[in-house]
Design a protein around this ligand. Structure first.
Ligand SMILES: *[C@@H]1O[C@H](CO)[C@@H](O)[C@H](O)[C@H]1NC(C)=O
Ligand SMILES: *[C@@H]1O[C@H](CO)[C@@H](O)[C@H](O)[C@H]1NC(C)=O
Ligand SMILES: *[C@@H]1O[C@H](CO)[C@@H](O)[C@H](O)[C@H]1NC(C)=O
Ligand SMILES: *[C@@H]1O[C@H](CO)[C@@H](O)[C@H](O)[C@H]1NC(C)=O
Ligand SMILES: *[C@@H]1O[C@H](CO)[C@@H](O)[C@H](O)[C@H]1NC(C)=O
Ligand SMILES: *[C@@H]1O[C@H](CO)[C@@H](O)[C@H](O)[C@H]1NC(C)=O
Ligand SMILES: *[C@@H]1O[C@H](CO)[C@@H](O)[C@H](O)[C@H]1NC(C)=O
Ligand SMILES: *[C@@H]1O[C@H](CO)[C@@H](O)[C@H](O)[C@H]1NC(C)=O
Ligand SMILES: *[C@@H]1O[C@H](CO)[C@@H](O)[C@H](O)[C@H]1NC(C)=O
Ligand SMILES: *[C@@H]1O[C@H](CO)[C@@H](O)[C@H](O)[C@H]1NC(C)=O
Ligand SMILES: *[C@@H]1O[C@H](CO)[C@@H](O)[C@H](O)[C@H]1NC(C)=O
Ligand SMILES: *[C@@H]1O[C@H](CO)[C@@H](O)[C@H](O)[C@H]1NC(C)=O
Length: 829
């Protein structure tokens, strides 16, 4: 072989090797790509629902790296990220997902995926983010996740996962571990804090975990959030917080913690190094003993302290005044003694103070009126004495004041009624108050409950009480109130519970009591006389009591009262002057009657009588189906007893988009649909939600479908604005959004206008029967609109047997005692 030949052979073989190499790498690349493509197709095949067409671009004419939600590596063109969050996807997760070995992110947060998390995910050794929160995944968490040693964030909250936390191998990079709102049980592995040294958030709330909180958490020195509330963890808290310098939220509420030695709360000593601590919630456990002095050395960044419903004794430290950022203070349901420290007035941001059910004594500090942000004050069931500080009247946002079951004396200061015109509840019962109920009470136009029972109040019922037109429940029993039951009270058309028993009321039982939609009426032990009525609440012997009044007669037979003698001494004889007046007034009456008859003919028929109601626009099931993206969970605004409310979008010709709210009634709630339609037809008021359309028909699969369509209210319901104690803790703890004073007053006026309208200004007066914050909706301009008339009642219907399940005031407040899960009632519902 010549040198040239040798050279040629050399070049040729080099070329062949190169070619082989190229082909090999090409092949490898192709097969890797092809494997990813196959895996994505397999993933798509398991998605049965795609209302937004998120996978519409996943077709063969487009290279898979360009498919929606997919990111690839630049050079090798391998799939590195799948992000299909909030796409309304239904179906399950294909195990083929485990074939995309370059994946570092899987983000399927907020869809409707069912089935289990495939264990093949454990093969994705490059995975950093696994975000599957807010789906409907079930089964257990695969053990194989413990192999993902590059994982930074694991979020599986708000699913239906069960079983235990799998052994955590070496997830040394993990920052976020969020399994909140599932059905998980068992205990936290004891080496948790060692195995996850970089942990910043551990969120396990709303599960069924048990056992001790592992001491090893002390070693996870970067922890910011520890949220274990609503489980059944027990034993002492022995974490050494002294090393957790970044801790912000410590939320252990509603477990079974405590009972761990001399003073269960000694761990608070070690919290003083946590200078960023903002939220401390330890309520609903078994903590005992008194608060250690070091409490005063806790971070003054604290915004929320809850120690409610434990067995803590001793006094409230004066140093409480140092927590100038505090918004929420709950010490209720303990054994605190001593006074309420006047230093509390230094907490200028305080909104909610719950000190009820303790043994606090002394006066209510007058300085409390300096707390202009206060919106709820609970001091009931203590041993407080002295007078009610008029300074409460300086709290323009105060909507709930509970001072019952104390030893308060003196009179009710009229200044008290300068509190928020948007007040909902005032309870002063079971004290030693004297004097009369001030006329100023009439300023509280939206007051729903007033309880001044079991005091020593005297005087008359002020006529101004009738201005509290939202009043649902009025308790005045056990006082010395005199005079007649005021006629003006007939304006209280929403009244359902009225207790005037054990007073000194005299005169007749006024007729209007028959016409109110009372569910409970107690007039017993007064000095009433004359005839007992028979209609309305008086038709049902178990709904009212009149015992212990000497001069009563008549009524339904069950009462066994003497018959009222028609010629009794009460009936006074007409003098001849009166006879003359009666005779001379006959022509006037006749003319009046004639005019009234004519007017009545001219008027459109009252809407109750007319059965033909045509809605302004007719929307079909199909249209609503489209507008709400197939009733996608993403568009779900709220959920209530009668059905679900979705946000929808209707496009009308020149690129105009209108947002609507569609309330889809449950099949068993058809009565509420009818009631609401009846109630709202013909009602036109700017502060009452308008029906845009109704829809009754059949769905694609021939199920009956009833819905009401309203204008969409941008700012949702009022309760969302007030809500403070969030139990859904999968996100950051949301801090309260505050409505400013002007807005609150406007809302109060709007609501009062709406109520005045339905009570007094329509042909057929109506009672809402379900007024609460969640039924007051705010539009873009923050104008209030009263909604949800599904339980409304016409005054003319009273006495009929239709049962409205009024759920009282309990549902309207935001605060839920620890241990009880809040079932937030929803807007429109
Ligand atoms: C594939 O998806 C692209 C992007 O959505 C679209 O433009 C194209 O028409 C689709 N092709 C087929 C065959 O569906
Ligand atoms: C996922 O995609 C959504 C838009 O669809 C985007 O808002 C979100 O930031 C993305 N998430 C991540 C972690 O990239
Ligand atoms: C892809 O995943 C499926 C399901 O886990 C498995 O059966 C198959 O062998 C995998 N294919 C490849 C090429 O890895
Ligand atoms: C965890 O990692 C350490 C070193 O980083 C190693 O020694 C140990 O064997 C690993 N444990 C497991 C269970 O993989
Ligand atoms: C955990 O912290 C304790 C002190 O609180 C320390 O003694 C121990 O060595 C730490 N363990 C690890 C594995 O870091
Ligand atoms: C919580 O755990 C305790 C034991 O620590 C047990 O007695 C109790 O029944 C559990 N409560 C619930 C609601 O599971
Ligand atoms: C707080 O931190 C300091 C060092 O920064 C340390 O000396 C002290 O022991 C810690 N206190 C507690 C209660 O852990
Ligand atoms: C706690 O604060 C007080 C002052 O209020 C201070 O004298 C004391 O040294 C502090 N204790 C600790 C352990 O920081
Ligand atoms: C209210 O605060 C002002 C200063 O902001 C103070 O002068 C006044 O004394 C306080 N009132 C009470 C009752 O504490
Ligand atoms: C209130 O109670 C305290 C003891 O708790 C007592 O010293 C004080 O005199 C009482 N004040 C009034 C007005 O009854
Ligand atoms: C007022 O408080 C008393 C005692 O705390 C309670 O029994 C009563 O039900 C409360 N009244 C209302 C209307 O809630
Ligand atoms: C309540 O006050 C009265 C005087 O108004 C007093 O006789 C009584 O002892 C007080 N009760 C308590 C529990 O403080």
């Amino acid at each position: 072989m010549s040198g040239v030949d040798k050279y040629r052979t050399y070049v040729l073989s080099l070329f062949l090797v190169c070619l082989a190499l190229i082909i090999w790498t090409c092949n490898a690349r192709l097969s890797g790509n092809e494997r990813d493509r196959q895996a994505l197709l397999a993933f798509r095949a398991k998605i049965t629902h795609d209302p937004q067409g998120a996978l519409g671009s996943w077709n063969s004419s487009l290279f898979f790296c360009n498919w929606e939600g997919i990111l690839c590596s630049k050079v090798k063109q391998r799939v590195t990220s799948i992000n299909l969050s909030s796409k309304g996807l239904g179906g399950s997760m294909s195990p083929y997902i485990g074939n995309m070995s370059f994946l570092s992110e899987i983000i399927l947060y907020n869809n409707n995926l069912q089935g289990t998390i495939p264990q093949e995910v454990g093969r994705l050794f490059r995975l950093k983010v696994l975000s599957l929160g807010r789906n409907a995944l079930e089964g257990s968490i695969p053990d194989t996740l413990g192999l993902l040693d590059r994982l930074v964030s694991l979020e599986l909250f708000s699913n239906k996962l069960s079983g235990m936390i799998p052994p955590i191998f070496n997830l040394s990079l993990l920052n976020v571990f969020n399994l909140a709102n599932n059905l998980l049980q068992g205990s936290i592995p004891s080496d948790f804090g060692f195995a996850l040294p970089n942990l910043q958030k551990i969120q396990l709330s709303n599960n069924k975990f048990t056992g001790n909180i592992p001491i090893s958490l002390s070693n996870a020195s970067r922890l910011q959030v520890i949220d274990l509330q609503f489980n059944n963890f027990s034993g002492p808290v022995s974490i050494d917080f002294g090393r957790l310098l970044h801790l912000q939220n410590l939320v252990l509420e509603s477990n079974n913690l405590g009972l761990g030695g001399q003073s269960d709360l000694s761990f608070l000593n070690s919290l003083i190094n946590c200078s960023s601590l903002k939220i401390l919630k330890l309520g609903g456990n078994n903590f005992r003993g008194s608060l250690p002095h070091s409490v005063a050395n806790l971070s003054n960044e604290l915004t929320m302290i809850s120690l409610a419903d434990n067995r803590i004794s001793g006094s409230i430290p004066l140093e409480i005044g140092k927590f100038i950022n505090l918004i929420f203070l709950s010490l209720e349901g303990n054994r605190f003694t001593g006074i309420i420290p006047p230093e509390i007035a230094k907490l200028r941001k305080l909104q909610r103070v719950l000190l009820s059910n303790n043994r606090l004594s002394g006066n209510i500090p007058a300085s409390i009126g300096n707390l202009s942000m206060l919106d709820e004050v609970h001091l009931e069931n203590n041993e407080l004495n002295g007078t009610i500080p008029p300074s409460f009247g300086h709290c323009p946002m105060l909507v709930l004041l509970e001072l019952s079951q104390n030893n308060l004396s003196g009179s009710i200061p009229s200044k008290l009624f300068d509190i928020s015109p948007f007040s909902l509840k005032l309870n002063l019962s079971q004290n030693h108050l004297v004097g009369s109920l001030p006329a100023g009470v009439g300023a509280l136009k939206t007051l729903v409950e007033l309880d001044i029972s079991e005091n020593q109040l005297s005087g008359l019922i002020p006529t101004q009480l009738a201005d509290c037109i939202a009043l649902n429940s009025l308790n005045m029993q056990g006082n010395f109130i005199q005079g007649n039951i005021s006629q003006s009270m007939k304006k209280l058309r929403g009244l359902q519970y009225l207790d005037l028993s054990r007073n000194k009321l005299s005169g007749k039982i006024p007729d209007f009591l028959e016409t109110l939609s009372l569910k409970y009426l107690n007039l017993s032990r007064n000095n009433l006389e004359g005839e007992v009525l028979k209609k309305g609440v008086f038709a049902n012997a178990s709904a009212f009591s009149i015992v212990g009044n000497k001069g009563l007669c008549g009524g339904i037979p069950e009462l066994q009262l003497p018959r009222c003698s028609s010629h009794g001494s009460h009936k006074h004889k007409m003098s001849w002057v009166q006879v003359l007046i009666v005779i001379s007034s006959i022509p006037v009456l006749a003319i009046g009657y004639y005019i009234w008859l004519r007017r009545r003919k001219e008027k459109p028929p009252s809407f109750l009588g007319s059965k033909t109601y045509t809605s302004p626009i007719k929307l079909s099931y199909k249209l609503l189906h489209e507008a709400t993206e197939e009733f996608s969970p993403n568009n779900l605004v709220s959920e209530g007893n009668s059905g679900l409310v979705y946000k929808g979008k209707i496009s009308s010709p020149p690129d105009n988009e209108t947002f609507i709210a569609v309330k889809v009634f449950k099949p068993q709630a058809s009565n509420q649909f009818i009631t609401e339609c009846e109630a709202l037809r013909n009602i036109r008021h700017r502060n009452i939600i308008k029906i845009k359309s109704t829809c009754t028909g059949f769905t694609d699969i021939n199920k009956k479908f009833t819905a009401i369509v309203y204008d969409f209210m941008e700012h949702k319901s009022l309760d969302r604005w007030k809500h403070l104690t969030s139990t859904s803790s999968h996100n950051e703890h949301c801090m309260p959004q505050i409505l400013n004073l002007g807005t609150r007053i406007n809302i109060a006026i709007d609501v009062a206008n709406a109520l005045d309208y339905i009570h007094n200004q329509v042909d057929n007066p109506l009672i809402h029967c379900n007024l609460k914050l969640s039924n007051i909706l705010l539009d873009t301009d923050m104008s209030a609109h009263v909604s949800n008339f599904g339980m409304a009642k016409f005054l003319t219907d009273l006495g009929s047997t239709s049962q409205s399940n009024f759920d009282g005031f309990a549902g309207t407040l935001e605060y839920a005692p620890p241990g009880k899960k809040l079932n937030r009632s929803a807007s429109y519902i």
